[in-house]
Design a protein around this ligand. Structure first.
Ligand SMILES: [Fe+2]
Length: 306
């Protein structure tokens, strides 16, 4: 473009045409043709640059679209059913081993829940603990309980915010849990394993937890749906506390590792936390809520020695 802009004061100027420089008319016409060709080359060059930028932009958009599509396919189709088994120990010489699961949100995915049960049955542990949110809709309750009754360990549990479905449903859940040798604990406690363990179940956000432990139990375990329920628990009251509710955020950005779909109680979003009351484990859950998506936050069966 710079070439075209200089033509007014260059060889095509009126001064040149007047013949004072002694150039012939044919020479002037030749100059015009040369400048026309140069201008055309310049235009073609700019066009090529614009086309290159357009192609680059289109390729970038395509790559971003493909990446988003792949992430979405992974998040909706693969990760929600890709179970992780994680093992942790909270004491130097554990004497008990508990399997912790939470937030099943059973919506009829029979094959998936059967896989969860089969995985649990393949792990050596003393008991299995569930910290709330069995179903979102009562119509799936009996099928979900039927599958869970296949757990070959005593299954203890507490209700979550989705499990307050009515008295008859509560009784059905209690019966199913008792069939495994465990119990459904709503503001109550039991001593299990021949006095080895007291299990306390709290369903509320403001935990109505027995302050005094049962003297015959050697260790104390608290089950609660809400991680923040442990805030009012006296120091050193429990050997282990288990909670759910957060789903770990369900969607987390890798490396940054922060929850995106927040249904969470920060900073206790998932994992093991040391609190004044004792070690607290917050499960990222088994199922999903709202969107059937998980990304960077696989469903987890946690095996905890304490
Ligand atoms: Fe939940």
């Amino acid at each position: 473009m710079g070439w075209v802009g200089t033509s007014g004061s260059g060889p095509m100027s009126p001064k040149g045409e007047s013949g004072s420089s002694g150039r012939s008319l044919s020479s002037v016409f030749l100059d015009e043709r040369v400048y026309a060709v140069i201008a055309m080359i310049d235009w073609v060059s700019v066009g090529a640059r614009v086309r290159r930028v357009s192609v680059l932009a289109a390729a970038t958009l395509l790559a971003v679209g493909v990446a988003v599509g792949l992430c979405a396919a992974y998040g909706f189709l693969i990760e929600p059913h890709w179970i992780k088994v994680r093992r942790i120990e909270v004491s130097r010489e554990p004497t008990l081993r508990v399997i912790h699961i939470s937030d099943i949100h059973y919506k009829g995915e029979r094959e998936y829940l059967a896989k969860v049960v089969a995985t649990i049955n393949s792990i050596g542990a003393d008991i299995v603990c569930f910290t709330g949110d069995l179903v979102e809709d009562a119509e799936h309750l009996s099928e979900g309980l039927e599958i869970l009754s296949g757990i070959r360990r005593p299954l203890y549990g507490v209700p979550g915010n989705h499990d307050h479905l009515g008295l008859s449903h509560g009784q059905a859940v209690r019966q199913a849990f008792r069939k495994t040798g465990g119990d459904w604990l709503v503001e109550t406690n039991v001593v299990a394993m021949v006095g080895a363990l007291e299990i306390v179940g709290s369903s509320g956000r403001a935990a109505r937890i027995p302050r005094e432990g049962r003297k015959e139990a050697r260790k104390r375990l608290l089950l609660t749906h809400y991680p923040d329920a442990v805030g009012g628990v006296p120091a050193g009251a429990y050997d282990l506390m288990l909670a759910g509710h957060t789903h770990g955020g369900q969607v987390r950005i890798p490396l940054w590792d922060r929850p995106i779909l927040r249904h969470t109680v920060l900073p206790c979003d998932k994992g093991l936390f040391r609190t004044a009351a004792g070690p607290l484990h917050v499960s990222p859950g088994i199922g999903t809520y709202m969107l059937g998506v998980r990304f960077g936050c696989r469903p987890e069966i946690t095996v905890i020695g304490f």
